[in-house]
Design a protein. Structure first.
Lengths: 281, 134
């Protein structure tokens, strides 16, 4: 009957509307969190850039400079730090980064240190051993945690437990594009060839340049990790905002569609009634 | 006094960017003072009080971890945390101090916990002492 069908359509419209309200609210929450995360990224960038420039200057200041952090050890265990989100409903954010990290580990003797609830859940079902599950909440991870992870990493690296350390994170390219990528943390990469003209006499190091370097590297790694975490957080919010925006739009489209159907059904019912009355008189 | 360019950058952003006459920080080897036209210099930082003198005005801060580098007459301080004395939250430092103290008193605490607590205690003590001397 026409009456039943209009009622059904009405119910569907109502449920779509409440879905739309939820997605709209989530979008707005994500947008405001994104603004904060973005500011954090911008604030942490200079620290990171200056630190990395200084590391490079020390590493390249002298030809005879050597540090265990720069040496490439023979193939051994590889550690992956994987930064994902705590919650879903963020479009392809979590699945993209996890797929990339897992694909990269394939065929390697790898261990993983997951950061974020989604990463922990993902690797629980895989055959890759996890170092720790302590960082199951990416949102509450602060700079202190980053530094303690970095300290632990450099220690294990120097002990020869791992031969390579990678971090998999999502870089926040723009509001519309977030790129998952992996970056090598250890051993450090020398970007330029050492300058022959310059000797170490130019700069005074407290202790030796090697000592200073060894003291700074864990700090540097902590800084890099924190930067990657900030980028990932911003990327997560941006991805969620975009996903919720398109969900809201889809809901609107469906509501428009259903309203049309509803009006047609209502009109059909009226027409039928009139026809019946006219036929009966 | 002659001044030099000083930048203080932490992971939380640029704290200071401008001219300074004197900078005193605690490196792992002890306190050092940087004046204008200092030779190129790099040192890892310890935990302690930092003093910045700009325009005759003396400002103190709690400065923890990181490094100091002077190059081409410009000084760059890259600490892990850097808080001006007036912005230190004394109550938080006090709470952190007490929490760390509790862990240290606990006989069942693991070795890592004790190490973390010691570091926290140290940081809290520096914060407190810097804040009380402002």
């Amino acid at each position: 009957m026409a009456g039943v069908s209009t009622k059904e359509i009405k119910n569907r419209i109502r449920s779509m509307e409440s879905t739309k309200q939820i997605t709209k609210a989530m979008e707005m929450v994500a947008a405001s969190k994104l603004r904060r995360a973005q500011a954090q990224v911008l604030r942490s960038r200079p620290y990171f850039e200056i630190l990395s420039a200084t590391i490079q200057t020390i590493a390249c200041s002298d030809r005879s400079f050597s540090s265990p952090y720069l040496k490439e050890p023979p193939e051994g265990k590889t550690l992956y730090l994987v930064i994902a989100g705590d919650r879903g409903l963020a479009g392809g954010y979590n699945s993209n980064i996890l797929k990339l990290a897992y694909g990269d580990m394939e065929g390697k003797n790898a261990e993983v240190l997951p950061i974020g609830k989604k990463a922990v859940d993902f690797f629980r079902g895989k055959d890759v051993p996890m170092v720790t599950q302590r960082y199951a909440e990416a949102a509450s991870m602060g700079i202190g945690d980053c530094f303690s992870v970095a300290k632990q990493l450099s220690k294990s690296f120097l002990e020869g437990k791992y031969s390579r350390v990678f971090v998999a994170y999502t870089s926040f390219a723009s509001l519309l594009s977030q790129v998952p990528r992996t970056m090598r943390l250890l051993p450090l990469e020398k970007r330029q060839e050492p300058d022959r003209e310059k000797s170490r006499c130019d700069t005074i190091y407290e202790g030796s340049s090697e000592e200073v370097f060894a003291a700074i590297v864990p700090e540097y790694l902590g800084g890099v990790l924190y930067g990657a975490l900030c980028e990932s957080r911003a990327a997560e919010q941006a991805a969620r905002r975009a996903a919720m925006d398109s969900a809201t739009q889809n809901a609107e489209e469906m509501i428009a569609d259903l309203s049309l159907k509803f009006n047609r059904a209502r009109q059909a019912a009226i027409t039928q009634e009139i026809t019946e009355i006219v036929a009966g008189s | 006094m002659t001044s030099f360019k000083l930048k203080i950058v932490t992971p939380d952003g640029m704290i200071f960017d401008g001219e300074a006459e004197k900078l005193i920080v605690r490196t792992t080897g002890g306190d050092v003072a940087i004046l204008a036209r200092h030779i190129d210099y790099v040192a890892p930082l310890g935990m302690g009080e930092a003093v910045v003198v700009t325009g005759g005005e003396r400002r103190t801060a709690a400065c923890i971890g990181g490094m100091l580098s002077v190059s081409g007459g410009e000084a760059t301080l890259i600490p892990t945390t850097f808080e001006w004395a007036e912005t230190i939250d004394v109550d938080r430092a006090e709470a952190s101090y007490r929490r760390a103290d509790q862990i240290l008193q606990d006989k069942d605490a693991s070795e890592t916990d004790i190490r973390l607590a010691q570091a926290r205690l140290h940081r809290a003590m520096i914060r407190k002492s810097v804040a009380s001397r402002k």
